[in-house]
Design a binder for this molecule. Structure first.
Ligand code: MSP
Length: 508
């Protein structure tokens, strides 16, 4: 079976991780966990982009050598994956030897295929974007993403013949509706493509930039940072080194990217791959940007969210839930503490927390904590909605489907009134209601597994099973009704999500 290969962008090692980086990691992590649940082999890669002008300048500002500087930042990005419970299988750094070796082979193949040539060139370069700009990209002479005037560059560089891939790229876009998702982001790329691709400069003179991988055979130039960085997706799996290993992994199934780097992944990268004799990736999934309280995060406004503090103060599980539920993957979304508290108290503490608490407490009270004999109920439609949404990366909709089940079960309790049934001589009716609740909670444990893995484990344990026991089966089996074994004991524990006192109120 082909390994399902998922990647995040590799993050610039030019500053500390922020919530946007954590967000992409989380979306990729949810997808990786979901596919593992289905029983697929998964390879999930993330890492850091450590060369280029931006990093060189930042290192200079701090008075450190670039290597010392990037070592520290890469360590922070690794720490981020631990603190956020991100299950990446590998972490690639572009300063590693394995990467540099692959990049040299990659360059050589593209060169040998005749797609790299040398030419004199002048242009406007935005260091923030690490890319050349044309006048029409600028507003009042500035790059809109970085609010900065680009530098004028004049030098002899190596060029990649991107224009040669006009037709193959058109064919790629024609062949797969879903090559770039969502549809509007795909359309944007098609429009750029329709306006005609131009060759791009893929090296810089070492007079200007020293911090990069030297061009093979020409020490006076280093590689353009994107031509180096994109290759990470194949250097991590051994391209040019242990290519046999790549067979079952490449092409990548999903490259997760933020919208500002879509064109590098949807146009430049497939062309580079074709030039090197490799297949393009299957899907580029483009997500929106997170704003904070309706504003773009910026140091001047002071609304930059620190992903480490956030998790320490609010709890990882609730943060993971909130981002997946509240920020539609394919659109921009807002982080606000007011919304966070609402979601926490309503969805997690009241609806899910109470459901579990009621089910376990009544099992304790009426049937001596023992999971009763099996009884029938229908959760198949919830699973169908959940799976369809997960596969489309619509995690907010998937969670909406999960919460429909949660609410339905709370209503079921209110309608069935098990507290009345529990007082009857015949325990069959109350037992039936309780089995339905406990077994449904096992299903909820499965559905929440990719998004809130710790909560999922706690749900399993509470209803008398465990993660280890559940992990023996795949999702399709798990989704069948009746998996919970009668006779095991439920476990009442601490509340799943203790109600949160409003931080906003307590601060005032
Ligand atoms: N180094 C390049 C990527 C090279 S991939 C071969 C880069 N790095 S970055 O550090 O700027 O990270 C960009 C990515 O971080 C975005 O594509 C996105 O995934 C994530 N985010 C950064 N800010 C974000 C938000 N405000 N909101 C959501 N995600 C954003 O670009």
């Amino acid at each position: 079976m082909k390994t399902f290969y998922i990647t995040t962008p590799i993050y610039y090692a030019s500053g500390d991780p922020h919530i946007g980086h954590a967000y992409t990691n989380l979306m990729a992590d949810i997808t990786a966990r979901y596919h593992r649940m289905g029983g697929h082999p998964v390879l999930f890669l993330t890492g850091t982009d450590e060369h280029g002008m931006k990093v060189q300048q930042k290192a200079q500002e701090t008075g450190q050598t670039p290597q010392v500087f990037v070592d520290e930042i890469a360590a922070r990005f690794r720490e981020l994956t631990d603190v956020w419970n991100i299950t990446n299988d590998d972490f690639i750094r572009t300063t590693e030897d394995r990467h540099k070796e692959t990049v040299r082979v990659f360059w050589q193949r593209v060169m040998d295929a005749g797609y790299i040539y040398k030419k004199k060139y002048g242009g406007l370069y935005c260091v923030g974007c690490e890319s050349f700009k044309t006048e029409k990209d600028l507003v009042e002479g500035k790059c809109t993403d970085h609010d900065a005037v680009p530098e004028q560059l004049e030098e002899e560089n190596y060029f990649f013949q991107l224009s040669a891939f006009q037709k193959p790229l058109e064919a790629l876009f024609d062949a797969g509706e879903d090559f770039v998702t969502p549809a509007d982001k795909c359309k944007e790329m098609r429009q750029i493509l329709a306006s005609g691709l131009e060759d791009i400069s893929v090296s810089r003179s070492t007079d200007k930039l020293q911090w990069g991988i030297p061009v093979p055979g020409d020490e006076s130039q280093v590689l353009y940072v994107w031509f180096d960085a994109l290759v990470n997706y194949v250097s991590a799996i051994g391209f040019g080194r242990t290519e046999d290993h790549m067979k079952d992994i490449w092409p990548a199934d999903i490259h997760f990217v933020g919208k500002e780097i879509n064109r590098f992944h949807s146009l430049l990268w497939p062309a580079m791959l074709l030039a090197a004799g490799l297949q393009p990736p299957k899907q580029i999934a483009v997500h929106g940007w997170i704003t904070v309280d309706g504003k773009k995060m910026s140091k001047t406004i002071g609304n930059v969210l620190d992903p480490f503090d956030l998790v320490e103060q609010r709890g990882l599980e609730a943060v993971r839930y909130f981002l997946a539920r509240e920020i539609p993957f394919y659109r921009d979304g807002d982080f606000s503490f007011a919304r966070f508290e609402d979601r926490y108290n309503n969805d997690l503490a009241n609806e899910l927390g109470n459901l579990l608490h009621r089910a376990v407490a009544m099992t304790d009270r009426y049937v001596a904590s023992v999971v009763p004999a099996k009884a029938e109920y229908e959760v198949a439609t919830h699973w169908t909605a959940y799976r369809a949404s997960m596969e489309d990366l619509r995690f907010d909709d998937a969670l909406a489907a999960v919460w429909e089940l949660v609410r339905e079960l709370n209503k079921y309790i209110d309608t069935m009134e098990p507290w009345k049934l529990g007082k009857q001589e015949d325990k069959t009716p109350v037992s039936q209601v309780l089995y339905v609740l406990l077994e449904s909670l096992r299903h909820l444990g499965w559905m929440l597994m990719p998004i809130m893995p710790e909560t999922s484990m706690r749900l399993f344990e509470a209803v008398g099973t465990s993660f280890e026991e559940q992990a023996k089966i795949t999702m399709s089996e798990a989704a069948k009704w009746g998996g919970l074994k009668p006779g095991s004991l439920v476990v009442s524990g601490e509340p799943l999500f203790p109600r949160m006192e409003s931080v906003l109120e307590s601060a005032s």
